[in-house]
Design a protein around this ligand. Structure first.
Ligand code: IMP
Ligand code: MG
Length: 184
């Protein structure tokens, strides 16, 4: 089905159907890896919640869910983004099998900070699942265990990803019109 494009959106990168079927595949891989264990999904607010919800529904092992919120600041000169936790997890992750769920990994600064922070809290294991991965813009190397899709170096919205807090509720992932997209 071709979704009607909302204003500001240039072209669809991944349709709802493609996203659903890719998430099922990821959930299958994750279920096999955590066979016989409980996996704790940690979603990074707010972008990842749309992806996490669908992923969790297709995972075949027991699932726990927790969330953390971050603020990141970066400046135009391209110096490293400063990340901090604005809303912490509700529960301890000590001894748990943690799967960090991200909407997109771009430069890698956010993920590096989160991995360092969470690793220091004594989980039994710590892995990463990101919906989108934009490797051409990576600045710091970070381990990504599961990725939904590789994307080109264009600003995207939908399925949780926002521009000025808008577009998160689109069922598809789309490229914003150049005049709307933030300059990198
Ligand atoms: P990183 O620290 O550069 O890897 O940035 C990751 C964060 O930047 C993501 O969690 C998103 O919140 C945001 N971000 C990066 N690229 C996009 C995009 O194309 N659309 C919407 N948000 C993005
Ligand atoms: Mg994010």
């Amino acid at each position: 089905m071709i979704a009607t494009l909302v204003p500001g959106v240039d072209r669809v990168l991944f349709t709802e159907e493609q996203i659903e079927s890719r998430i099922r595949e990821l959930a299958g891989e994750i279920s096999r890896r955590y066979q016989g264990r409980t996996v704790k999904l940690i979603g990074v607010l707010k972008g990842s919640i749309f992806f996490l919800t669908v992923l969790a529904r297709h995972i075949q092992v027991p699932v726990k869910v927790d969330f953390l919120g971050i603020s990141s600041f970066s400046n135009k000169s391209g110096s490293p983004g400063v990340v901090r936790i604005a809303k912490d997890l509700d529960e301890s992750i000590e001894g748990e099998d943690v799967l960090l769920v991200e909407d997109i990994v771009d430069t890698g600064f956010t993920l590096r900070y989160l991995l360092q922070t969470l690793a220091g809290r004594g989980p039994n294991s710590l892995a990463v699942c990101t919906f989108l991965d934009r490797t051409p813009r990576r600045i710091v190397q970070v381990p990504v265990d599961y990725r939904g899709f590789e994307i080109p170096d264009r600003f995207v919205v939908g399925f949780g990803l926002d521009y000025n807090q808008l577009y998160r509720n689109l069922g598809y992932v789309a490229v914003l019109k150049p005049e709307k997209a933030p300059s990198a």
